[in-house]
Each structure stands twice: as C-alpha cells, then as structure tokens.
Design a protein around this ligand. Structure first.
Ligand SMILES: NC(=O)C1=CN([C@@H]2O[C@H](COP(=O)(O)OP(=O)(O)OC[C@H]3O[C@@H](n4cnc5c(N)ncnc54)[C@H](OP(=O)(O)O)[C@@H]3O)[C@@H](O)[C@H]2O)C=CC1
Ligand SMILES: CC(=O)[C@@H](O)[C@H](O)COP(=O)(O)O
Ligand SMILES: [Mn+2]
Length: 338
C-alpha cells in the first residue's frame, strides 16, 4: 500500500511523499490535523471522533458528515470548536437545510426545528411485519443512495434520533423544540418555524452534492457563497405531490430511545451509537432480526452507568463498554425472534 501511494505521490509531484502518506488506524486523525481551510469528515461512525477533534483543535473548520463524532463527543466537540474559533458546518442534509432556514431569523425568534424523515423502506409496516424484514430490504433506501450503516439507521429511524441530537448540539435548541415529521419524498430537507408562525423550508432534490457544496462555500466571515452543486432543481411546471405523516413510535421505538439518550447526555449518546454500530453489523450478518436492533439498544441504554465526568476517555470507555454489551447481547439472542 505504501509503495503504491508513494508511486502515485511522486507522479503528482509531491515534494516529500513519505511525509505525505499516512496509514493505519490513526491516519485520518493525523491528516485532519494538517493545515487546511476546511476538513470534510465523511468517515462512518465513532471512528470519526479523532479526526473531528484534531481539525477543530488545530482551528480548521469542519464540514461535518460524520454526525456520530459530534453526537458522542457532545460538549467536548463544541468546546474544541469554541476554544479554537473553528466552525462546525453541517453536511447532513437536514442540518444543512436548517442552517439555511435559520438565516431567516434570529435564534430568539426560533420556535421549533422540524426535521423531516423519509420513513425508510419500512414506512407503514407493523411491528410484527418488521420482525421478518431482510438486510437486503433494509439496505434499499427509497430516496437516498448511501453507505450501509446510515441506510440501516434510516430504516430503524436511529438516523433520525441521531439527527435530533445533532440538531440540538449544532443549533442550541432544546429537545422540546425539535420535532420529527415523516415526509416520504425527501424533497423538503427540514424546516424552521419562527415565533410569528412562519415556517421556512429548504427544498431540493435528494442529492448530497447540494449540502456538501453549501458547506464548502463557507467564507471566512461565516457567510456562505453558493457554489455550483451539479444538482438539478425542481421543475415546477410538473405536478408534484408531497405528503407528511407522524412517526409511528410503536413500530419504530429507536427514535424515542435515541432522543432519550440525547436528553440524558453524558456518555448515553456514545452508548447508543456504539451499541447500534454493533447491532447493525449483527443484523447485516444475519445474526439478529431487524427488531433486535432497537431491542438491543434499549437493553444497552438501560444497563449503562455513566461516569461522572464527560471526557474523551469516558466517551471511549463508554463506547468500548457498549460494544462489549451489544456483542454479548447478540450472542445471547442469536437466532431467536427477539
Ligand atoms: N451518504 C450520505 O448521503 C450521507 C452520509 N452522512 C454521514 O456521512 C458519513 C459517511 O457516510 P457514507 O458516505 O454514506 O458511508 P460509506 O460507508 O459510503 O463510507 C464510509 C467511509 O468511511 C471510511 N471509514 C470507515 N471507518 C474508518 C476509519 N476508522 N478510518 C478512516 N476511514 C474510515 C470508509 O473507508 P473504507 O472504504 O476504506 O472502509 C469509507 O470511505 C456517516 O457518518 C453518515 O452518517 C450524512 C448524511 C448523508
Ligand atoms: C442524506 C441524509 O442526510 C440522510 O441522513 C438522509 O436524511 C437519510 O434519510 P432518512 O430521512 O430516511 O433518515
Ligand atoms: Mn440526514
């Protein structure tokens, strides 16, 4: 690997190819800590925490796709940004939408954030039917093409729970003022309701090039220059039907579990995320049923005893504890109809 990368670096005229190449588990963190205008963190999962912190500590703005690092780090990540003055710029489509809509008023004028959810491939299904769905069905997202972890998280609504916590942290809005609504067409990416009863929505086709380019357009003064995204705007001359419906919390309890973990704070979000990463892997491997994911999450969160301090060390310890717990939970319930 190093030899091939060195060859490529030499071909591209890199002055010191040995210095320029980082390999291994700490490579992302090392690269994120190098001089840059902005780091786009699109690693999946808790593994992205080191890179987010390394960028922020260096004072580099982070375009954040890796929502997990903010969610598990919580105040540690926010404090790192505050201390260096670096910005956390959302790439997640809902949070990009909210950031855009928030420009219509002040923080004090916000009455509610409304996060839209596609509802995933199993929208409308009963709890009983959900016991029998397959990984292939769960990986077939109705509107977005994404990696396997976030696609399964969309199917369980864990993704929406993570996004509520992410919105709370990014925009400093209380959990009581964040609502989730199912909007199956994924055209409205989220909304902000203001105190005058006006609601501002951000609308675009489901294409990540738009939130990514919006984040990359961040200017030194915090304003945003809209870049060419390549996304195709709506054709308003065509008939379109968009719908909204409430979340079925009985069929999809993971959303409530995640919001509860977010409200409790400290290491609960880290436990939620780490247990989920393990349970999703077990579901994809065929070891547990789809409904085993939220059942395992409920058991992990109920068993967790958080440390008094909230530090990188306690977050990583909670992450490791949750992975062990979830693996044992999978072993205990493997093959059963959980
Ligand atoms: N896809 C989307 O539309 C959206 C994604 N996001 C978020 O963006 C992130 C990435 O999602 P997505 O692109 O779909 O996922 P993918 O599975 O497509 O890509 C994940 C990437 O993370 C890398 N990676 C995983 N673990 C590590 C590690 N320990 N160190 C370095 N790199 C690592 C993988 O590298 P390798 O291939 O070498 O394993 C891969 O390039 C997630 O946090 C997701 O929630 C948010 C909103 C929308
Ligand atoms: C593109 C993006 O931001 C994803 O997080 C997407 O929102 C997932 O769709 P769900 O609404 O199904 O979770
Ligand atoms: Mn999203």
């Amino acid at each position: 690997m190093r030899a091939r990368l060195t060859e490529l670096a030499v071909q591209r005229g890199v002055a010191d190819p040995v210095e320029a190449i980082h390999l291994g588990v700490d490579a992302a963190e090392a690269v994120a800590g190098l001089a840059a205008d902005m780091v786009l963190n699109a690693i999946t999962g808790a593994a992205g925490l080191g890179a987010t912190l390394a960028s922020l500590e260096r004072g580099t703005d982070v375009a954040l796709a890796n929502k997990e690092s903010l969610i598990i780090g919580g105040s540690i990540v926010l404090d790192a940004a505050r201390a260096s003055g670096a910005r956390l710029v959302p790439v997640d489509s809902e949070h990009s939408a909210i950031a855009q809509a928030l420009r219509a008023g002040t923080h004090g004028e916000v009455s509610k954030l409304i996060i839209t959810a596609s509802g995933g491939p199993f929208r409308g299904m009963t709890r009983d039917a959900l016991r029998r769905v397959t990984p292939a069905q769960a990986l077939n997202h109705p509107t977005w093409s994404m990696g396997s972890m976030i696609t399964i998280n969309s199917a369980t609504l864990v993704n929406k729970g993570l996004e509520v916590i992410e919105a709370h942290l990014l925009f400093d809005i209380d959990f009581d003022h964040i609502e989730v609504v199912v909007h199956p067409q994924s055209q409205i990416h989220s909304m902000v309701e203001f105190t005058d009863a006006s609601t501002i929505a951000q609308i675009s086709p489901p294409d990540m090039r738009l939130p990514i380019s919006y984040a990359l357009g961040t200017q030194d003064d915090g304003t945003t220059k809209r870049l060419t995204s390549g996304a195709v705007p709506h054709n308003w001359g065509q008939p379109m039907h968009w719908s909204f419906e409430p979340v079925n919390h009985l069929a999809f309890p993971a959303l409530g579990l995640a919001i509860d973990a977010g409200r409790k704070g400290r290491s609960y979000p880290a436990v939620l995320n780490a247990a989920n990463e393990e349970l999703v892997a077990a579901f994809i491997a065929g070891d547990i049923a789809f409904t085993g994911i939220d059942k395992g999450l409920a058991r992990a969160l109920a068993a967790h005893e958080p440390a008094a301090e909230h530090t990188v060390e306690t977050v990583l310890a909670a992450d490791a504890w949750a992975r062990d717990f979830a693996r044992a939970d999978v072993a205990e319930h493997k093959g059963g109809r959980r």
